[in-house]
Design a protein around this ligand. Structure first.
Ligand SMILES: CC/C=C\C=C\CC(=O)SCCNC(=O)CCNC(=O)[C@H](O)C(C)(C)COP(=O)(O)OP(=O)(O)OC[C@H]1O[C@@H](n2cnc3c(N)ncnc32)[C@H](O)[C@@H]1OP(=O)(O)O
Length: 301
């Protein structure tokens, strides 16, 4: 009886950490579609194709929930992010911008209006930072348009790819905004050019795939969306076959080191690895490297 209860509890715990199982049992996403094309590889698609995947309020919060859930889903080791339909995304849904305006219409006082806006801006920032905080690497695969909030979104990913029809546009100044959900902070560090980043952000000019490649915004340009998705899933699969302890530690250290000095980064990884080098993954990976057997089975993490 006790053994049966333990088994049932264990099964419940296992399924509660498996996003895909919970999705198929009903707790679905309305603005994202999620699949598992390969073992341990998740594919998250922005899924409002009729609206060019414009990011409306539900999509903002589903992005946050999804990447937070995948962060702790032991069946997920890498994530591909793409857009369903004709374009990757046309940026924030204009209705979400209007909703922000309506939030302050009932207030007369500047301090109260500011407080309301601050809360919204911070919560939208958190939605996209969820990609960066996610323990698993996120590989963004961009086709066609990637506008405004789309650039904020992919800037929080680990790796970016695009197809040759891709167009990137930091469009915020055109709608009267200083971008406030990540582009201004992350883009200069990705492309290592304050000059180009400022040009793109001040002018809102369109950047095509070739330039995105040459400035380092993307790692590779593919001939078509289909070719890109196939190949990016292969990269995600390669990552998913590595030790999850090693990959998650690498992401954590690279995100930390981007924002700290070399010495602070070295200290951070030393603290991390004084624990993680004790993992069974090190022994498994090292002994496989010395043998013919390259098919290592790492435990879930
Ligand atoms: C706290 C603040 C946080 C974040 C702020 C982010 C700022 C930004 O994201 S700025 C960028 C905002 N986006 C835009 O300005 C783009 C607006 N869209 C367009 O200019 C055009 O749609 C287009 C992308 C140039 C494409 O044009 P076209 O090929 O002619 O298609 P459409 O018929 O215009 O669009 C198809 C379909 O999609 C709907 N749609 C497109 N973009 C948006 C959007 N941003 N919000 C809401 N809906 C959008 C469009 O209405 C059409 O839908 P229908 O139902 O067919 O009308």
């Amino acid at each position: 009886m006790l053994a049966q209860s333990i088994k049932t509890a264990a099964a419940a715990t296992a399924s509660s950490t498996n996003l895909f199982l919970r999705m198929s049992s009903g707790s679905a996403y309305k603005t994202l579609s999620i699949s598992v094309p390969k073992e341990f590889v998740y594919h998250v698609k922005l899924n409002r194709p009729d609206k060019y995947n414009a990011i409306n309020k539900p999509m903002w919060f589903e992005i946050k929930r999804c990447f937070e859930e995948l962060s702790d889903d032991e069946n997920c080791r890498s994530i591909v992010l793409s857009g369903e339909g004709k374009v990757f995304t046309a940026g924030i849904d204009i209705s979400a911008l209007m909703e922000m305006a309506s939030l302050i219409s009932g207030e007369n006082d500047v301090a109260r209006k500011a407080k309301n806006l601050l809360n919204v801006i911070r919560s939208f920032q958190d939605c996209l930072s969820a990609l960066e905080l996610c323990k698993k690497p996120v590989l963004a695969a961009v086709h066609s348009l990637c506008i405004g909030a789309g650039v904020d979104l992919i800037s929080a990913a680990d790796i970016r790819y695009c197809s040759k029809d891709a167009v990137f546009q930091v469009k915020e100044v055109d709608v009267g905004l200083a971008a406030d959900v990540g582009t201004l902070q992350r883009l200069p560090k990705i492309i290592h050019s304050e000059s180009l980043a400022r040009e793109l952000c001040y002018t809102a000019r369109k950047m095509l795939a070739d330039e995105a490649l040459s400035c380092g915004l993307v790692s590779r340009v593919f001939g078509s969306k289909d070719e890109m998705i196939d190949d990016v899933i292969k990269v995600a699969e390669t990552i998913a076959k590595k030790s999850p302890v090693a990959v998650q530690g690498t992401k954590r250290s690279m995100v930390f080191s981007r924002d700290h000095s070399v010495q602070e980064g070295l200290e951070h990884i030393a603290m991390w690895n004084q624990i993680m080098l004790q993992s069974e993954d090190l022994v498994k990976a090292a002994s496989s490297a010395m043998s013919e057997d390259k098919d290592i089975v790492f435990s879930k993490l």
